[in-house]
Every structure is written in C-alpha cells, then in structure tokens.
Design a protein. Structure first.
Length: 221
C-alpha cells in the first residue's frame, strides 16, 4: 500500500515550522503574497489623484479607473488566495485521504494557472496605460512599482503553477502504484497451504505394511 500521496506522507506527523518555511513552494507563495500587497496597497494609497478640471479623483494610469480597479481586484484576491493556500500547505500532511489531497492540488493548479494569466494581463494593461499617461501630478515611482510588481507576480504565480503540476503528477504516480491483491495478480506466487509437514509429525499407523499385517490369519489349534 502507498505510504505517501501528492508529495507528503500519509502517516502525518508533527508540524515543523522551520522546515515548512524553507520549502521552495512556501517561499514563492510568500513572495506572491508580498507582491500582491505592494500592488493593491500602492494603488489604494497613491494611485488616485485629483483631476485638474473637476473635483474628482482619477486613476494615475492615464485617468483610466478601470486600470486601477483591475489591479486592486487582482491584488486583493491574490492576497487572500495566498493566505488560504499557505494554510492548506501547512495542514496538507495531516490529511490522510488521497482524494481530498487531489482536490486541493487541483485547486492550487487551476487557481495558479488562472492568476498567472491575469497577472500578465494586469502587467500589460498597466504598462500600456502608463506609457500614455501625460499628467505631471502622477507619482511616477508609485506607478512604476505597481507595474514592476505586477510583472514579478506573473513570474511567481507561474512558478507556483509548475510546482502544483509537479505535485499533481507525483501524486497520480504514487496513487497508481497502490496495493495489489495477490489473488488478482497472476504473477504473484500463491503461498502453499501445505508447504511441508510440521515438526514432530509421525508416520500414519495406517500404512501399507500395517494394512498387510491386518489381513486375516487362521487361528492356531
């Protein structure tokens, strides 16, 4: 029977925080969490400026409020997802059901793949809007930071997608090599029920010689 599934032992064990934090997957996920904070926090704090003609605030990316809203939405959802998956990664070795592990890994794979694409769209969109921005009141460092960390987020989420895919392949291989019932395996040798006589076994008294001695003999007169 398999002793591990999807990269972790089925037996569970004590949680080691230091070993967990040193895992490449945990490091990349923490970086993704940090980058998402930089993106949405920068836009919320410095991404809107007062318009020159009307008393309303506009997005610093070419006055396109959709650009700021997109960056904030993607960043907040990525932040929350990182928290959820970090908790699941820490709890993962305690899950003994292989199917539950499979669903978690598939969720990680699907979400990471989608967010890699969305972060790439965010980077391209914000970079394009920034290239068309002409307002002098825009804080250039904040805008560049948002664009830069959107690009970094694309890379970290792509790495998380690769990690999730590798864990999924590993899990499918481990589950496939499971327990084989000897009765259903034609190559498995059957144990003999009568492998040999037990020690101390005596020859049966009813042998051919004793059968001959038991033949009828006429009485002596």
């Amino acid at each position: 029977m398999e002793t591990s599934a999807y990269g972790a032992s089925l037996a569970g064990g004590a949680f080691d925080l230091w070993s967990f934090l040193r895992r490449p997957q945990t490091i990349v996920r923490l970086l993704s969490w940090l980058f998402s904070i930089v993106v949405f926090a920068t836009i919320l704090s410095e991404g809107y400026m007062n318009d020159e003609h009307v008393d309303v605030t506009k997005c610093m990316f070419n006055k396109n409020d959709g650009a700021c809203s997109y960056g904030i939405g993607i960043g907040i959802l990525a932040f929350l997802a990182c928290v959820v998956f970090i908790v699941l990664d820490a709890y993962f070795p305690q899950i003994s059901n292989a199917n539950e592990r499979k669903y978690i890994v598939l969720g990680d794979l699907g979400f990471s793949g989608v967010w890699t694409f969305l972060w790439f769209v965010c980077f391209c969109f914000l970079a394009n809007q920034w290239s068309h921005t002409t307002q002098t009141a825009v804080i250039a460092d904040a805008a560049r930071a948002v664009v830069t960390f959107s690009f970094f987020s694309t890379g970290t989420w792509a790495v998380l997608t690769v990690f999730a895919f590798q864990r999924y392949r590993q899990g499918m291989g481990e589950v496939g090599v499971g327990y084989n019932d000897p009765a259903g395996d034609p190559t498995s040798p059957y144990p003999s029920a009568y492998a040999g006589a037990p020690e101390g076994y005596q020859q049966s008294p009813f042998t051919a010689s004793s059968a001959g001695q038991g033949a009828y003999q006429p009485p002596d007169y």
